[in-house]
Design a protein around this ligand. Structure first.
Ligand code: PGA
Length: 249
């Protein structure tokens, strides 16, 4: 059985508190009874407000990053335990904006992953190559090192979620074709199988992210190794996000 589809909304650094509350309420209506699992990841400051809306529902709350430590002198960071306290179930780690705008490397992402797992959060590890890396034929080696270094010394279980987000497709409107995405997803699954077991790798959900919208989601999700979507821009518009949730296959 293929793993259950996960549609995740990454709100990034957007929305006021009233807007966050409203959007979460709308997501809740759409997600009720829909086939896929749904997760939304608001900014840290809106987590409490959104947690109140989602309480007792099947929609999961996610954060957009977390520290490796549970407490201490880490100005500007958020502890995974603090996220648990707020009701977060998942955390996005290694997003390309963290890697490329804020300089997070595989070693740091690995520490964050360990902290998240220790606190009982389900990590969504993002990997993806830049345009230059793809054009230089280095997409697969980049993905491999992001997986191997990001997951170093971490027992890989079926609860892990990986998101393939080619950097050139994020926020650009330029989506990977279903074929390109499937090729990368198959490579990611094969790499994970090499690091764990084939059976475990077959149960890991690999999401596609990068300009997913209501027009392209169906073709992407129809691919054998695409188990869901990590949605940025289109997750901020309820009409689009609703169609993405409902257009699952
Ligand atoms: P996008 O963002 O859908 O706006 O391209 C996806 C992401 O960064 O997770």
């Amino acid at each position: 059985m293929p793993p259950r589809t996960l549609i995740a909304g990454n709100w990034k650094m957007n929305l006021t508190l009233p807007e966050s509350r409203h959007l979460a309420q709308e997501v809740l209506k759409v997600a009720a009874g829909a086939g896929p699992e749904v997760m939304i990841a608001p900014p840290f400051t809106a987590l409490t407000v959104v947690a109140e809306v989602l309480a007792g529902s099947e929609v999961s709350l996610g954060a957009q990053n977390c520290c490796w430590a549970s407490q201490g002198a880490f100005t500007g960071e958020i502890s995974p335990l603090m996220l648990r306290e707020l009701g977060c179930a998942m955390v996005i780690l290694g997003h390309s904006e963290r890697r490329h705008v804020f300089g997070e490397d595989n070693a740091m992402i690995n520490r964050r992953l360990k902290g998240a797992l220790a606190a009982g959060l389900r990590p969504v590890l993002c990997v993806g190559e830049t345009l230059e890396e793809r054009q230089a034929g280095r997409a697969n080696p980049v993905l491999k090192s992001q997986l191997e270094e990001g997951l170093d010394a971490i027992p890989i279980g079926a609860g892990l979620i990986v998101a393939y987000e080619p950097v050139w497709a994020i926020g650009t409107g330029q989506t990977a074709t279903p074929g390109q995405a499937q090729e990368a997803h198959a490579f990611i699954r094969e790499t994970l199988a090499g690091m764990s077991q084939k059976i475990v790798a077959s149960e890991i959900r690999i999401l596609y992210g990068g300009s997913v919208n209501e027009g392209n989601v169906e073709a992407l999700l129809a691919q054998a190794d695409i188990n869901g979507a990590l949605v940025g821009g289109a997750a901020l518009k309820i009409e689009s996000f609703a169609r993405i949730i409902r257009h699952h296959v």
